[in-house]
Design a protein around this ligand. Structure first.
Ligand code: NDP
Length: 246
C-alpha cells in the first residue's frame, strides 16, 4: 500500500470535487477527504447514493458538502459551465479535482465492440474529464495549491486482450494527465497526476471479475493514502507522475 499517513487536518479549508462520489472508490474518497477537513463537491449519476454520502458526512460533523447530480454520459458543455459558475459563486476556488467516475463497458475482442458502447465509454471516461477540467480551470487557478487527479488502471499503462474501450480510454486518461501536467510551468499552482487504484473491492471490480472472492481485494477505504497525499500540501512538488495506490 502507498506509504503515507495523513494528519487529521490535512485538507482543512480545501474544496475538492469528486466524480462518481456515490459508490466505490469515489465514495470512500469523498468520506475520507471530508474526514480530513475538506468541503467535498459530490458529483455523480445516482442522486440517492450521493444523498447517502452527504448524510454520512453531515452526521459525522465534517464540513457540509455540496451535492451535484450529473450524468457524465449526457452532460453538455453548458452543464459543466453551469457547475463551474455555481462553484465559483459558492466557493470562489477549487483545490482538488478527482476524475474518478468511469464506465467499464464491454470486455470482448476489440473488433466485437459495438460502436455505441465504444462511444459511451469514451464519453464517460475521456470526454467528460476533458470537459470538466476545461470548465474548472479558472477555479483551479484561483486556488493557492490545486491538485488534479485522474483515475487510471493497469490496463491503461499496458494494453491487455479483451479490455476493449475501457483500456483504450485509460491510455487516453494517462495522455491527458501528461499533456496537462506538462503545460503547468514552474509558476503554475496546479499539479496533475494519475492514480492506478489496483484491484479494489467495488461494484466495478465485481462486474469485471464475477467469479472472484471479493474479500481478497482491499476495501476502497484502505487505498486512500495516495489520494490524500496527492490532494494535500505534501505533494506540492509532484506533477506529471503515474502513481499506484497499492
Ligand atoms: P464503481 O463502478 O464501483 O463506481 C463508479 C462510480 O462512478 C459510481 O458511483 C457510478 O455511479 C459513477 N459513474 C459511472 N458512470 C457515471 C456517469 N455516466 N455519470 C456520473 N457518474 C458515473 O467504480 P470503482 O469505484 O471501482 O472505480 C473508480 C475508478 O477507479 C474508475 O475510474 C475505475 O476505472 C478505476 N479503477 C478501479 C479498479 C477497481 O479494482 N475497482 C481498478 C483499476 C481502476 P452509480 O453509482 O450511479 O453507478
Amino acid at each position: 500500500m502507498f506509504d503515507y499517513t495523513a494528519p487529521a487536518d490535512l485538507l482543512t479549508g480545501r474544496v475538492i470535487l469528486i466524480t462518481g462520489a456515490g459508490d466505490g472508490i469515489g465514495r470512500a474518497c469523498a468520506l475520507s477527504c471530508a474526514a480530513h477537513g475538506a468541503t467535498v463537491v459530490l458529483v455523480g449519476r445516482t442522486q440517492s447514493k450521493l444523498e447517502e454520502v452527504y448524510d454520512a458526512i453531515e452526521a459525522a460533523g465534517h464540513p457540509q458538502p455540496a451535492l451535484c447530480p450529473l450524468n457524465l454520459e449526457t452532460a453538455t458543455e453548458k452543464d459543466y459551465e453551469d457547475l463551474a459558475d455555481q462553484l465559483f459563486d459558492t466557493f470562489g476556488k477549487l483545490d482538488g479535482l478527482v476524475h474518478n467516475a468511469a464506465e467499464l463497458g464491454p470486455r470482448t475482442l476489440l473488433d466485437s465492440v459495438k460502436p455505441e458502447a465504444w462511444m459511451r465509454v469514451m464519453q464517460v471516461n475521456v470526454n467528460a474529464p476533458f470537459l470538466l477540467t476545461r470548465a474548472m480551470m479558472p477555479l483551479l487557478r484561483a486556488a493557492d495549491d490545486a491538485s488534479v487527479q485522474l483515475l487510471s488502471s493497469s490496463v491503461g499503462r499496458k494494453g491487455r486482450a479483451y479490455w476493449g474501450p475501457y483500456a483504450v480510454s485509460k491510455f487516453a486518461v494517462e495522455g491527458m494527465m501528461q499533456v496537462l501536467a506538462d503545460e503547468q510551468d514552474g509558476t503554475s499552482n496546479i499539479r496533475v497526476n494519475s492514480v492506478n487504484p489496483g484491484a479494489t473491492r467495488t461494484p466495478m471490480r465485481a462486474k469485471a471479475y464475477p467469479n472472484e472472492q471479493a474479500e481478497i481485494n482491499p476495501k476502497p477505504e484502505e487505498i486512500m493514502p495516495v489520494f490524500l497525499y496527492l490532494l494535500g500540501p505534501d505533494s506540492k512538488a509532484r506533477n506529471g507522475e503515474a502513481f499506484d495506490a497499492q
